[in-house]
Design a protein around this ligand. Sequence first.
Ligand code: HEM
Length: 143
Amino acid sequence: LSADQAALVKGAWDKVKTSEVEILAAVFTAYPDIQAKFPAFAGKDLASVKGSAAFALHATRIVSFISEVISLSGNSATAPAIETLATELASNHKNRGVTQAQFNEFRTALTNYVSSNASWGDNVAAAWNQAFDNVYAIIFARL
Ligand code: HEM
C-alpha cells in the first residue's frame, strides 16, 4: 500500500477496532460455517456465547492481529514483517482446515462491518480492497 492508502485504511479501522465482540459476532452471524470451526463456539447459539469471556478473548486476538498488520502497512521497510505474520496465519489456519472460500467469507463480513461503521467512499474502498488483496495473496499461496 502507498502511505496514502494506508492512512485511509487506518482511518476506517480506527473507527471499529475497539468493537471486537461486535465484529466477531457479525462474522459468525453472516457465516455460521465459520463459527462451526471454532471448538469453543461450534453448535452453540451465538447469543449464548457472545457475552462470554472466551468470546471476547477470541475476538480480541483476531482484531489485534488485523490491527498489527494495518499498523505495519504503507511502508516498504515493514513489508517483510507483514509477510511473516500472514505466513504464520496461513499455516495455523491451514492446520485447522480453514478454506480459501471461508477466508473470502470473512473478508466479505468484515468489509460490510467496516463500511457501515466508518466513513466510507470509493477511495477508502479501493485502499481497503488493495490491503486485503495483498495479504490474501500471501495467505492463499500457503493455504
Ligand atoms: C484463531 C485471526 C480467518 C478460524 C485465530 C487467531 C487469530 C486469527 C489471531 C488466534 C491465534 C491463532 O491461534 O492463530 C484470523 C484472521 C482471519 C481469520 C486475521 C482473516 C483474515 C479465519 C477463518 C476461520 C478461522 C475464515 C474459519 C473458518 C479460526 C479458528 C481458530 C482461529 C478455528 C482457533 C480458535 C481456537 O483456538 O479455539 N484466527 N482468522 N479464522 N481462527 Fe482465525
